[in-house]
Design a protein around this ligand. Structure first.
Ligand SMILES: Nc1ncnc2c1ncn2[C@@H]1O[C@H](COP(=O)(O)OP(=O)(O)OP(=O)(O)O)[C@@H](O)[C@H]1O
Ligand SMILES: [Mg+2]
Length: 735
């Protein structure tokens, strides 16, 4: 039996249509992504296409990793030569090779949103832009939209037509680009725009890539923006072997410039395009699919399509409305624990989806209380933490000392007693001579205004130069350790010895591990390569497999994924759909929210639970919301409505030895760094001792039992009452 036998006729048609443009337009769960991977296999195995000539673009690194795995499984030889990547990482690879054609150095840095904000703050100050009127974030948003439409700073300026505020924005845009260039840095939108620019200005480079990527495939095509579309059209214009798959009903990134016209106009740009529609959903039960179909039907702006499934009717959708968001969170935690305890799937089979990141906090608290392992996708990103950014800035400085932002971030970390006035003088010198900040530091002796403060700058320059010299002989992890040693970074944190400083040290350990595994796994490990990988990690990529935890994430991050058991939380008018879209004068804003709801519902395979709360705190104020209008759009007969009043809190089922063992195991997976308190280790507290827990506060140890792998500790907390917990998981500190 061949791998293509498991496909339906339409799917096979798409897989076998290898030459010429192809648009696969189909609803959620109809096997679009699966078709893409099988198509890659077919090209290689049956058509004899060199894997080297295939490019597959997906939306997140996580999806790219998954696709790579699937292709590896399907293709016997050569799968690793297929380029499977996101738009951003494909562009980074191309730019690293050719960006010198645009006058940049190939060691450019990539700025994250934090870096962008710092830079913009600086620019606003310099250009005397009133940040009360124009927030940095707003300006950056406008610039980003322009870039997504391939409108450069010059062109933007030409279109201002004497409009005063637009002229000011144009000025900020121009200055922002100028600064990026001096810092030899690109922001995320630049990655795409510069690649398009590169191809447009250098036909020879474009042609080389057209020859290279004779077959191009794009997943989640409905969310590509104008710049991304231009990029793939350029690449595909020679051989026309472009296959895009998407669902107009799942277009949810309009705010990032996603352009639905890219789907609707595909046939205009590629007139010979074949269009294939898939109509069978393989993911969800009939009930879930029915609900999704009924909701999306209310959108006017869509291509009509029907999606059916041969799957069973399945369980009804559960809807629960609560008095407060606390009760909602409690219910979800209990329901989920109950199901897992009853053997109905693992924790990792469950996902909780919500509209905004802020909604995760309550859920998280309840999960901690109930000892449920979970993982939040999004929220405070590891790489946004101070200690991580500091150390990475050192590495960036060693790698590319043209990144002024990185240099300035660490010049006084640890404190070197260099004052703001000194730094301003160095900066002036750099601007005057059109050199980077770091080169100005190196030339400090030539800056007469500095006087004796030159002496304070010297050790920093010497340090960076030494590290640079070592770079050649050291692995990335070794270099990182060298930075930490020579700056006493960890030593200072050790001296501080607070809860927070210890957490920071753990994060640093984690970064070292990350560098070490990069050194091991990368084909050709380099410092630039490491920094690049780190810069490209999207939040969604933290979703690891083989880790039995519940996943919490926003609806946006859930795109393309599937889970047996899904909870849609916070389904209230004002939350979802969001208040902004309800009051918006543009009806298509509400349609985008509805598409997001469709994405949410269609993530569920077997069980969907929808919850809402009558009141919830938002930014310190209690809001009273009605049940989401989207819920009314689901036919009543598909839904089992729970009681409106909060049911009496049920005790979690008594934990069996099996569940305890499982939890101990999960605790280990959950906090790999802390799992040092194995039985061999001694606990630093005993019965009767006062201890502190990061969440529950102070309490008294009542009992300690030796379990199979770990101690089970019973603590009577002053505020939270009696809790049983595993020592390794609880991280109790003696008071
Ligand atoms: N012909 C088939 N036979 C059996 N299972 C299938 C078939 N086609 C797809 N599936 C399964 O259906 C599920 C959904 O497939 P896939 O993720 O490719 O859908 P999709 O159209 O990409 O969904 P989304 O729009 O959410 O991205 C997967 O679990 C996949 O393995
Ligand atoms: Mg998909």
């Amino acid at each position: 039996m061949s791998i293509y036998d498991s496909m339906n006729e339409r799917q096979r048609e798409a897989v076998f249509h290898t030459e010429g443009p192809l648009l696969i337009l189909a609803g959620a769960g109809s096997g679009k992504t699966r078709v893409l991977t099988h198509r890659i296999a077919y090209l290689i195995e049956e058509k004899g296409v060199n894997p080297w000539n295939i490019l597959a673009i997906t939306f997140t690194n996580k999806a790219a990793g998954e696709m790579r795995e699937r292709v590896d499984r399907l293709v016997a030889f050569g799968a690793e030569s297929v380029w499977v990547s996101t738009f951003h990482s494909a562009c980074v690879r191309i730019l690293r090779r050719h960006i010198d054609r645009l006058g940049y150095d190939s060691k450019f840095t990539i700025y994250d949103s934090d870096d962008q904000k710092t830079l913009m703050k600086d620019i606003c100050k310099r250009l005397q832009i009133d940040t009360k009127q124009w927030k940095e974030k707003t300006l950056l948003g406008i610039i980003s939209s322009a870039k997504n439409e391939l409108i450069g700073a010059q062109e933007y300026e030409m279109n201002t037509m004497g409009d005063f505020s637009k002229r000011k924005i144009a000025e900020a845009y121009k200055e922002y680009q100028r600064q990026l260039r001096t810092n030899n840095a690109l922001d995320f939108d630049d990655l795409i725009m510069k690649t398009v620019e590169l191809f447009k200005l250098n036909p020879d480079v474009l042609e080389a890539y057209q020859e290279r990527f004779k077959y191009i495939m794009v997943d989640e095509y409905q969310d590509t923006n104008t710049a991304q579309f231009k990029l793939i059209s350029l690449l595909a214009s020679k051989y026309q072997n472009l296959c895009v798959v998407g669902d107009d009903d799942q277009s949810i990134y309009k705010f990032r410039g996603a352009n639905i016209r890219n789907i609707l106009n595909f046939e205009d740009v590629f007139p010979s395009a074949r269009v294939v529609k898939l109509e069978q959903n393989y993911r969800s039960t009939k009930t879930i699919l029915d609900a999704a179909n009924h909701v999306i039907r209310n959108n006017l702006e869509r291509k009509n399509k029907t999606l059916w499934t041969a799957n069973d009717g399945g369980a009804p959708i559960i809807f629960q409305n609560f008095m407060t968001a606390y009760e909602e969170a409690e219910y979800i935690a209990e329901d989920l624990a109950k199901r897992v305890a009853a053997g109905d799937g693992n924790y990792s089979d469950c996902a909780i989806l919500y509209r905004t990141n802020a909604q995760s906090r309550l859920l998280e608290e309840k999960f901690l209380l109930a000892n449920i392992p979970y993982r939040i996708i999004g929220g405070v990103n590891f790489y946004a933490r101070k200690e991580i950014k500091d150390l990475l800035s050192y590495l960036k400085t060693v790698d590319n000392a043209r990144d002024d932002l990185a240099v300035r971030r660490i010049i006084n970390v640890p404190r070197r007693g260099i004052g703001a006035a000194t730094l301003a003088k160095v900066q002036d010198f750099a601007v005057e001579n059109e050199i980077s900040f770091y080169n100005a530091l190196r030339a400090a002796e030539e800056i007469p205004a500095l006087g004796r403060s030159v002496a304070k700058l010297k050790p920093f320059v010497t340090l960076i130069q030494t590290l640079r010299a070592q770079q050649e002989y050291f692995s990335v992890a070794e270099l990182l350790k060298e930075v930490i040693d020579r700056t006493d970074y960890v030593k200072e944190l050790e001296d501080e010895n607070t809860e927070e400083s210890r957490a920071r040290i753990e994060n640093i350990d984690e970064l070292i591990s990350k560098a070490a595994s990069y050194d091991e796994e990368a084909e050709n490990p380099t410092l630039s390569g490491f920094l690049e990988e780190v810069a490209l990690v999207a939040d969604i990529d933290n979703l690891e497999e083989n880790n039995d935890r519940v996943v919490l994430m926003t609806l946006h991050s859930a795109k393309g994924l599937e889970f047996p058991n899904v909870y849609l939380a916070g389904m209230e008018d004002g939350i979802f759909p969001s208040y902004m879209t309800i009051v918006s004068e543009d009806p298509t804003d509400l349609e985008e929210e509805r598409r997001l709801c469709y994405v949410g519902i269609t993530r569920a395979m077997r069980q969907l639970t929808i919850t809402s709360a009558r009141s919830r705190m938002i930014r310190g104020e209690t809001q009273y919301n009605k049940v989401s209008r989207f819920i009314q759009e689901i036919p009543r007969e598909l839904v089992q409505v729970g009681s409106m009043i909060k049911p009496k809190v049920q005790e979690l089922p008594k934990q069996t030895a099996y569940i305890q063992a499982k939890q101990a195991f999960q605790a280990k997976a959950f906090e790999p760094k802390q799992y040092k308190v194995t039985k061999a280790d001694k606990l630093e507290y005993g019965v009767g001792d006062r201890v502190k827990h990061i969440k529950f506060g102070a309490g008294t140890v009542e009992n300690i039992v030796e379990g199979g792998k770990d101690y089970e500790v019973t603590v009577n907390f002053d505020r939270a009452g009696v809790k049983k917990m595993f020592a390794a998981f609880a991280k109790l500190k003696r008071e």
